[in-house]
Design a protein around this ligand. Structure first.
Ligand code: MV4
Length: 510
């Protein structure tokens, strides 16, 4: 048996750091948090067994600062680093650096991260492994004439993509040959300034595809399995909003074919750990390889809910060098799970980030409900990082039950002091088209063309009124505390508040 990891440093913050710390605790592993200036009182710091300050609030000085993180790992005696998602999770240089320092990086080998991070190399690997890829061409080093004739061969509309891209950055749709030169120059210079790499390639542009991805898990001994699909078509500006498993359109037969394709590219690239193979699925259910994400993803809990597999536990086991404890036949698909990403954003105002303090924060519970929250009541939401504050993940025995329970849970949420996307989720879940499962990556722009949506639920309005009353009370108390005889005023305010409360109770009982 390989040595067990006893201590893990989590090089991340927010809900994913909390998720990993919980996983460590389940396994009896000591967890080490790192934190920036503004995260001193963050939830992940409170939950971890140990915590190290790593710098100023901007991520470049803290969560992206490799020296500080390696140093904290050294000082804490952690044998491994879990990078979470974002920040250093898909940084091959960092993964190599960990290896050089004798620290286990919980993720794929640096060579794999670097190969799959280059979309051109990933596409080539997918072709070699026999995966269906969208018709396309590399145009590196070609003169304009050759590139244009390749575009003609692929057929318009085409999509110009950045080799170093992913997540939609540096992409350009071209509808006609006379737009090609201009678009090529723009895409290339955009890619150069965003990634320091101006290489681009072209693909046939698929209209209104679904985004469906396969979760994979591979050990260091050549075993690879898949854990079904996640449907992630509900997204805005390349940010996923709602994810679910299984997909409403994937049949057992399609699942098996997509799963086999995902396992094949994993085997071809010597993949180790948890990963995600992304596909686009056309209206006729033909599917095409997109890219591989070499990390644990935000939406991993929907897979955990329907398979019963703890993905963080398996990541750690694989990193220790143990054999996969599951074969493909062991992977079940039980019921249906939906995840809503709760962002601190104002949907009524173009989804602008909403920062401030959580005056009130109560999370839902009950049958089928899991909340992975990175924040607790009275936390301040900093401006420096991603505005996602929590994920609501709900399980039901089928899709209809999962939707009903998700709506119930969203209605139970109570947040004040900040704007969130909770009301927006309620509107989407009430829409006929969502309930039918008629999804595509254009869903949100088609259904909410001007970001206009209606909050359909009285409960939310009622809770807003209660929250406003609470805010007023808090404000009055603060004024009282600041006045000369603050204590006496505050106490009497407090007493009156409770008297009113008793009175109300009395009214209810009589
Ligand atoms: C495409 C496409 C249509 N045709 N490629 C966007 C992110 C990157 N991973 C690839 N993306 C796309 N590639 C071809 N040939 C449409 C998208 C796309 C998309 C893909 C997945 C999820 C959401 C998306 C939103 C807009 C466009």
């Amino acid at each position: 048996m390989p040595d067990k990891i006893k201590k893990i440093l989590i090089a991340n913050r927010g809900e994913i750091a909390v998720r990993i710390i919980r996983g460590c605790r389940d396994l009896g592993i000591t967890s080490v948090a790192v934190f920036s200036d503004c995260d001193r009182a963050a939830y992940h710091v409170r939950l971890a067994d140990e915590a190290f300050h790593i710098g100023a609030s901007p991520s470049s000085e803290s969560y992206l600062n490799q020296d500080k993180i390696i140093d904290a790992a050294r000082r804490s005696g952690a044998e491994a680093i879990h990078p979470g998602y974002g920040f250093l999770a898909e940084n091959a240089v960092f993964a190599q650096r960990c290896a050089d320092e004798g620290i286990i990086f919980i993720g794929p080998r640096p060579e794999t991260i670097s190969l799959l991070g280059d979309k051109l190399q990933a596409r080539a690997a997918a072709l070699e492994a026999g995966l269906p890829v969208v018709p396309g061409e590399t145009i590196e080093g070609d003169d304009l004439e050759t590139a244009i004739s390749k575009a003609d061969k692929v057929g318009y509309p085409i999509l110009i993509k950045a080799a170093a891209g992913g997540g939609g950055k540096g992409m350009r749709v071209v509808h006609r040959a006379d737009e090609f030169e201009n678009s090529l120059q723009r895409a290339s210079s955009e890619a150069r300034s965003a990634f320091g790499d101006g290489r681009v390639y072209i693909e046939k542009y698929l209209e209104r595809p679904r985004h469906i991805e396969i979760q994979i898990l591979c050990d260091q001994h050549g075993n690879a399995i898949h854990l079904n699909e996640r449907e992630c078509s509900i997204q805005r500006r390349h940010q996923k909003v709602i994810e679910e498993s299984p997909s409403p359109v994937v049949t057992p037969e399609l699942r098996q074919r997509m799963g086999e394709a995902a396992v094949n590219i994993a085997l071809k690239t010597g993949y180790v750990g948890a990963g995600t193979v992304e596909f686009m699925v056309a209206q006729d259910l033909s599917f095409y390889f997109l890219e591989v994400n070499t990390r644990l993803q935000v939406e991993h809990p929907v897979t955990e809910m329907v398979t019963g597999v703890d993905l963080v536990r398996e990541q750690i086991a694989v990193a220790e060098g143990t054999q996969l404890r599951y074969t493909q036949e062991d992977i079940k698909l039980d019921g249906h799970a939906i995840e809503c990403r709760i962002y601190a954003e104002d949907p009524q105002n173009g989804f602008a980030p909403s920062t401030g303090r959580l005056q009130h924060y109560r999370i839902p519970a009950g049958p089928g409900v899991r909340v992975d929250s990175g924040v607790v009541i009275y936390n301040e939401i900093p401006i420096y990082y991603d505005p996602m504050i929590a994920k609501l993940v709900v399980w039901g025995s089928d899709r209809a039950e999962a939707i009903a329970r998700t709506r119930r849970a969203l209605q139970e949420y109570r947040v004040s002091g900040l704007k969130t996307t909770i009301g927006f989720h309620l509107a989407v879940l009430a829409s006929e088209r969502f309930v039918k499962g008629d999804l595509s990556t254009s869903f949100l722009t088609e259904e909410y063309p001007d970001n206009k949506y209606e909050i359909l639920d009285d409960d939310i309005l009622r809770s807003a009124a209660i929250a406003a009353a609470l805010d007023k009370f808090t404000h009055e108390r603060k004024i009282a505390l600041n006045s000369g005889d603050g204590n006496r005023r505050a106490v009497s305010l407090w007493r009156n508040h409770h008297r009113r409360d008793r009175l109300r109770k009395f009214e209810r009982e009589s």
